[in-house]
Ligand binder design. Structure first.
Ligand code: HEC
Length: 145
């Protein structure tokens, strides 16, 4: 890689590779976030039906794992292309990472509620979880295009 960069003539090619990597990470995070939407729908189906919340712990764990890795899916340079990511993600990185940390914390509360088997507590934690998704989307996600 170093040799190519030093080769000067290859700078164009390196730049294009960077753009391709950004498009890959955009596709990857969007797919992951769609998966989070599906997880939330599946959880809601159980609370709406007043079903057994305990098996939901596994879903919540998968969500926690995803959100722990979310900031890394927004590297510098991945704000243009087929994405709704707003420039504020990079201009206010601390705020973005705080919104994500709040998500992980809230999912911990949802996990505790689900594990207890208490439907009312799980429903309340679920609603709070939805609000926490929105608290990141409002400042950091642009309108659908
Ligand atoms: C820390 C910020 C943050 C949190 C927390 C967050 N999101 Fe998002 N979400 C984003 C951003 C930014 C995008 C736009 C990504 C893109 O277009 O590159 C997005 C996009 C999405 C999309 C659209 C994916 C697509 O392109 O089809 C869905 C669905 C979604 N989020 C669901 C959720 C759900 C459900 C939660 C809560 C469980 C959540 N998000 C929490 C920042 C966040």
């Amino acid at each position: 890689m170093k040799i190519w960069i030093m080769a000067g003539a290859a700078i164009m090619a390196v730049g294009m590779t960077g753009a391709a990597v950004a498009q890959d990470v955009i596709a990857q995070r969007r797919e992951g976030l769609r998966g989070m939407g599906r997880q939330m729908e599946a959880i809601k189906a159980v609370t709406d039906a007043r079903g057994d919340t305990r098996p939901l712990v596994e879903r919540v764990d998968a969500m926690i794992t995803f959100y722990r890795g979310l900031p890394a899916m927004f590297p510098a340079g991945s704000g243009t292309g087929d994405t709704r990511a707003l420039p504020t993600i990079w201009s206010d990185r601390a705020g973005f990472e705080q919104a994500n940390a709040n998500m992980v914390t809230q999912l911990g509360a949802l996990r505790t509620a689900a594990a207890s088997g208490d439907v009312a507590a799980t429903t309340a934690a679920f609603n709070q979880t939805g609000a926490t998704c929105g608290a990141c989307h409002r400042p950091y996600r642009g309108p659908a295009r």
